[in-house]
Design a protein around this ligand. Sequence first.
Ligand code: FAD
Length: 459
Amino acid sequence: PVPVVLFTSDLRLHDHPPLRAALEAADAVVPLFVRDDAVTAAGFAAPNRGAFLADCLADLDASLRERGGRLVVRSGDLVEEVCRVAGEAGADEVRMAAAHSRFATRREERLRRALEREGRRLLVHDAVTVAVPPGEVTPSSSDHFAVFTPYYRQWARAPLRAAVAAPRRVRVPDAVMGEPLPARGEVTGVSPALPAGGESEGRRRMTAYWRHGLDAYADTRDDLAADATSRLSAHLHFGTLSPVELVHRARRHGGPGAEALVRQLAWRDFHRQVLAARPGAARADYRTRHDRWRTGRTAEADIEAWKEGRTGYPVIDAAMRQLRHEGWMHNRARLLTASFLTKTLYVDWRVGAAHFLYWLVDGDVANNQLNWQWVAGTGTDTRPNRVLNPVTQARRYDPDGAYVRHWVPELEGVGAPAVHEPWKLPGPDRAALDYPDPVVGLAEGLERFRRARGRKDRP
Ligand code: FAD
């Protein structure tokens, strides 16, 4: 029998334990990807990720062809399609990577039952899309860690499986046919500067970053204009790079930069273990705070200004424009824009999370929803009421104003530090700028937030 290897968020050949195990047991496999209708129905199929996915599938297919095989792509209901392909291949087993959201675990359960009804087995591999799987390290009193620092201490000591090499040959039976691959060019509404996807591109980026960026990461990761982070997030989201391999490589490289990067990779696993234990946290507050978020016409107008990058706060506007243009935003900028929406504007984090999830090429239920909750103070932050000041933060992380001027050309001629608070420019200079006034004063926003939280949180 020919096993089926179902690819989901693990679109690579390097360090792919399900494929490796299948090839050890049989001399041919069916590498399958299903374009699941339910993903579209659930609203996860945004244009930027659709385009990046097309690159990933094309690259995976090309790499399989170099090894004598090909990728089989089908579309429809994932469970039905996998069962159909397993039937055509005469497979006795299907292998796949473990997933952690409610959507994915329910789908996995449905698939397991459907395959079992036909006398086939589903084999699910851990530590494919994460380095340390949810549940592997836990505190003594709970099924998951709610605070990052103690989690990280245990995570760093957890055993890590060895990375496995890419296969040299992959034979795929001719009898199992697929559909044409989706083409990136067919996706409309894509960000103009969306990066290319695919394992080959991910490995190129990783190698280049290890050579030229990693050593400085600890010092430069918060510098908005330096653009000095790895930009590997979309590759981790689609699994074109393996988190296990990245952690091994960073540890071998050593030094403060590599150590800081490993710590960020642990954040990824941290949010996954929260989501795996509390799948409802994708929508509901992880910690209930009884917020009565602003709604109504003025809130709607503020939300629009935030989405379009015209709040009158240059660093916020720069970041929101970067998001649309690249399908990506710097982490410091994500923190600032999320704090601005949920605290300064006091708008529900779900509104911001949905906007991010639409545009982000790395948009990921665990990382996005739980980072939003972290910033909003409904999540795992141990200081839930801190408010990031967009002016002082901009002065610190964009001291020359280069990031702001790049994305907000209206402020091109304005030097630092005035570029971060143009409303303070002398009258004629201010009047000459085609740039809006702040949607709300920072003191006013802070006061509104403190009043709301203070009152609602009292028992
Ligand atoms: P680097 O700084 O090079 O970090 C390396 C890797 O570590 C990243 O690729 C990522 O996989 C992981 N990582 C880094 N920071 C975090 C973090 N705080 N939480 C989880 N993993 C992290 N990340 C996503 O991958 N998808 C999202 O949808 C997402 N939404 C976010 C929303 C908000 C409001 C905030 C504050 C953060 C969000 N992040 C998200 C986390 C982080 O901003 C991005 O992972 C990071 O900016 C990606 O750029 P990079 O690859 O250059 O990161």
